[in-house]
Design a protein around this ligand. Structure first.
Ligand SMILES: Cc1ncc(COP(=O)(O)O)c(C=O)c1O
Length: 366
């Protein structure tokens, strides 16, 4: 083995990126073709970067069939900043937003909204340590709510919506950070979809936000709102109010190119993702109780697979032994423990096959 060998990567984010995207970036890092400089060295207002940003947006629009009436923004501050930006733009002390409490990330989103206005939690799975998503008939969205916030995939608990949930005509806002581009999504059902890039879209440093013009028009005007926290700033300036994260957007463009040209877009990658998830859940289900999945079967995430062995000590040993076999990032999140394999778009079926083989061997030895 060489010190440059790439291991199987099951990290939750930053996560595996497609090799062709990394190779193209490496080739162009010192000098972008015919630009005389690296992408890292060019003005965000120049022709080259402008072309890169426009192409990334056009690809994203094609891949997800995003209508013209939606604004696409490349923002900074991660999904965590969106937890604040959403209420700061659409909620005030006299109005209410409805949230689902589905796990660690939605809890954080709720806490931020509570700083700004009234929050109604329509459904919570807290008492079960977040093992599933609700059915449409398990929650109500009051019709006067400013928006209804969901998390399509709870990265830490490994719990995912496999549908676009009902919202009673209230604008649906979705934190899609960890399953964006991993499965089909009907954008027209949403007022806003946002996602930090560092799982399925590219490197850390850029956050994608897709907002319907209808929802955008409901933004509360407030001169005291900090300019960078105002969606209007980013919509009116096409994400170029200040220096945008040029390199991160460039990488997003390369990942989208790989997805569109090599993986068959969402339909193609979704098929691969289902196959990977099926393989891994089968290994858990057929382990005679040695491995126990965390999520309820019909809420199982196809991006973050979470499970435990028979003890906390053995969970830790599993992750350690896997790392020795060149499998990265299998330790569960520090807040819940256990084991988690993130099998995002760029994690190959070979990686999952190797993991399943390792699981069988580990079970036999323990
Ligand atoms: C579902 C979800 N939302 C929000 C976040 C926070 O993202 P960031 O670290 O980009 O702020 C994460 C990070 O893992 C996440 O998985």
């Amino acid at each position: 083995m060489s010190e440059y060998d790439r291991y199987y990567n099951f990290s939750a984010g930053p996560a595996a990126l497609p090799l062709p995207a990394l190779e193209e970036a490496a080739r162009d890092l010192v000098c972008y073709p015919n630009a005389g400089a690296s992408v890292l060295e060019l003005s965000h207002r120049g022709k080259v970067i402008d072309g890169i940003i426009k192409e990334a947006e056009a690809r994203l629009r094609r891949i997800l069939s995003i209508p013209e009436s939606y604004h696409v923004m490349f923002l900074q501050g991660g999904a965590t900043t969106q937890f604040s930006m959403v209420p700061v733009n659409f909620l005030d002390a006299n109005s209410t937003a409805v949230y689902l409490e589905q796990g660690t990330w939605s809890k954080k989103a709720i806490a931020e909204a509570k700083r700004v206005g009234n929050v109604e939690v329509a459904w919570s799975d807290k008492d079960n340590n977040f093992t599933r998503v609700p059915a449409d008939n398990e929650y109500e969205v009051r019709p006067d709510a400013k928006y209804f916030h969901i998390t399509s995939n709870e990265t830490i608990h490994g719990v995912e919506f496999h549908r676009d949930p009902k919202s009673n005509g209230v604008p649906l806002v979705c934190d899609a950070s960890s399953d964006f581009l991993g499965r089909p999504i009907d954008i027209t059902k949403y007022g806003l979809v946002y996602a930090g890039a560092q799982k399925n879209i590219g490197p850390a440093g850029v956050t994608v936000a897709i907002m319907s013009d209808d929802f955008y028009k409901k933004l509360i005007e407030d001169d005291r709102r900090p300019i960078m926290m105002n969606y209007k700033t980013h919509v009116e300036n096409h994400s170029l109010y200040n220096t945008c994260p040029v390199f991160a957007i460039y990488m997003v463009g390369l990942v989208l190119k790989w997805l569109e040209e090599e993986k068959g877009g969402i339909a193609g990658i979704y098929k691969d993702n289902l196959a990977k998830a099926e393989l891994l859940y089968k290994a858990i289900d057929e382990s005679d109780g040695f491995y126990k999945g965390h999520a309820a079967v019909d809420s199982r995430s196809i991006m973050n697979v979470t499970w435990r062995t028979t003890s906390d000590e053995l969970d830790k040993e599993f992750a350690k032994a896997a790392e020795a076999q060149h499998m990265l990032g299998l330790k569960g999140h520090r807040s819940v423990g256990g084991i988690r394999a993130s099998i995002y778009n760029a994690t190959s079926i070979e990686a999952v096959e190797a993991l399943v083989e390792f699981m069988a061997k580990f079970k036999k030895e323990h």
